[in-house]
Write a protein that binds this ligand. Structure first.
Ligand code: HSE
Length: 432
């Protein structure tokens, strides 16, 4: 074993960074044996240097992250500060000053992954980011390495724990969105500003990363269709239950049937209770991968939290250190297929549409005609008269597979019917 240690700079020492430092210290002997050289924490860049950090030598702590990554003797920079800047500049500076990078930064990878990979390759460095998607769950490496000989056609998953906690709570208790969010906040699952999670931005960044790796193409954050879950209601859960389904916020990346394009989207959807993703409870994540040869694979586990995310960071750190010792770099960017990303209108799936309609002769036929005129085939219709004596009824239509554009056209036309008082909800049905 080499005795000269590999030097690691840690950027950020919050929930994840402090766990990375702790595991590096407590597992030092095992890490050295697995890598073939000791790893040494050479510096820790933080915003608040006066904060007491258990187990970290205060002499290593600095507020000057730029000077740390420019030192020239750093082998690996671990970036766990998140956000676009200063993370992006620190990573590029690290590459230019001899270091490889391990990052947990999904927003940055989704936005600037191509440029960062290009620079890493130009400089002969590694860029690893297992922790950026689904916390501890091994997903990037299986897609990039284990399935490199297969053809992935679909990635379908729950990649945001906060929203899964909220939806699970709504499902199991009948709570409304706000009540479930309040509980998630009180328990520390939701941040004070939950926008990134509940509006689907976090999941969309992860979908962009997964789609790019799975299909060996370039999928940018802007290519991902995104709908959050704040409009999901207790009534939607009641409708889902009536269909033997539950509701999950899903990230869905698909290769078109003809193989010529891909799509990536994040939105709430009904899935059958028999689907394995339906039983993913609380803040857990799970991702279904479908490929030609392997068939269906499911990856499940904690998608967030200090120690689970640090586990993924440490796995990358070991891999990057091994590469460094062997004088090589690991698998880099693979976007050779250059498949275009199709717009949401071309996505084909099933829909559950809940309408408030006038309860009088001919209305069902009128509604059915609108579906037919837009080429959307109806699978089931369920009508329930209202008890309020107002002469209205609730009509639930579940369609066969149709394009999102056809469904949007159908809904627009339905809204223009005098007999349709309102479109109560539209929910996609997945996983069948
Ligand atoms: N906020 C994310 C989640 C964790 O709730 O899953 C980090 O991506």
């Amino acid at each position: 074993m080499r005795t000269r240690p590999l030097k690691v700079a840690l950027l950020g020492c919050g929930v994840v960074g402090s766990e990375v430092a702790r595991i590096m210290t407590t597992h030092a002997t095992d890490l050295a044996a697995r890598i073939g050289a000791p790893v040494e924490l050479a510096g820790v860049a933080v915003r608040r240097p006066s904060k007491v950090r258990e187990g970290i030598d205060p002499a290593l702590v600095t507020t000057d992250a730029t000077a740390l990554v420019k030192r020239g003797d750093i082998d690996v920079v671990v970036e766990v500060i998140g956000g676009i800047e200063p993370a992006r500049t620190l990573i590029t500076t690290a590459f230019e000053h001899g270091a490889s990078v391990v990052s947990a930064n999904k927003a940055l990878l989704a936005q600037d992954g191509a440029a960062l990979h290009a620079l890493a390759q130009e400089q002969g460095r590694d860029l690893y980011y297992e922790a950026a998607v689904a916390g501890a769950i091994p997903l990037i490496r299986p897609l990039r390495e284990s399935l490199a000989g297969d053809k992935v056609n679909r990635v379908l998953g729950i990649v945001n724990g906060t929203t899964n906690f909220i939806l699970d709570k709504m499902d199991s208790t009948g709570a409304g969105y706000q009540e479930a969010l309040d509980e998630a906040t009180a328990l520390g699952y939701a941040e004070a500003d939950p926008t990134a999670d509940v509006e689907g931005f976090d999941a969309a960044a992860k979908a962009a990363i997964l789609a790019g790796i799975a299909f060996h193409t370039r999928v940018r954050l802007d290519d991902v269709y995104r709908e959050g879950m704040i409009e999901v209601t207790a009534a939607d859960f009641a409708s889902a239950k009536a269909m033997g389904c539950t509701i999950k916020l899903l990230a869905i990346c698909e290769r078109a049937a003809d193989g010529g394009s891909v799509t990536a989207r994040v939105h709430p959807a009904m899935i059958p209770l028999s689907h394995p993703l339906a039983s993913v409870r609380g803040a857990y994540n799970a991702v279904f991968v479908e490929s030609d040869a392997a068939g269906q694979l499911m990856f499940y586990g904690p998608g967030a939290g200090g120690a689970p995310t640090a586990s993924a960071v440490l796995g990358d750190l070991v891999a990057v250190c091994r590469n460094k010792l062997s004088g090589a770099t690991g698998p880099g960017d693979s976007a050779y297929t250059q498949l275009p990303v199709s717009p949401m209108g071309e996505v084909v799936t099933r829909y559950h549409i809940s309408l408030d309609v006038a309860d009088k002769p001919g209305v069902l036929a009128q509604v059915a005609t609108v579906f037919a005129e837009h080429g959307v085939s109806i699978d089931t219709v369920r009508q329930q008269g209202r008890q309020d004596g107002g002469g209205d009824a609730s009509l639930v239509v579940v369609t066969h597979r149709a394009s999102d554009a056809s469904l949007s056209g159908t809904v627009e036309a339905l809204r223009n019917l005098d007999t349709v008082r309102g479109v109560a909800s539209i929910m996609r049905v997945e996983g069948e």
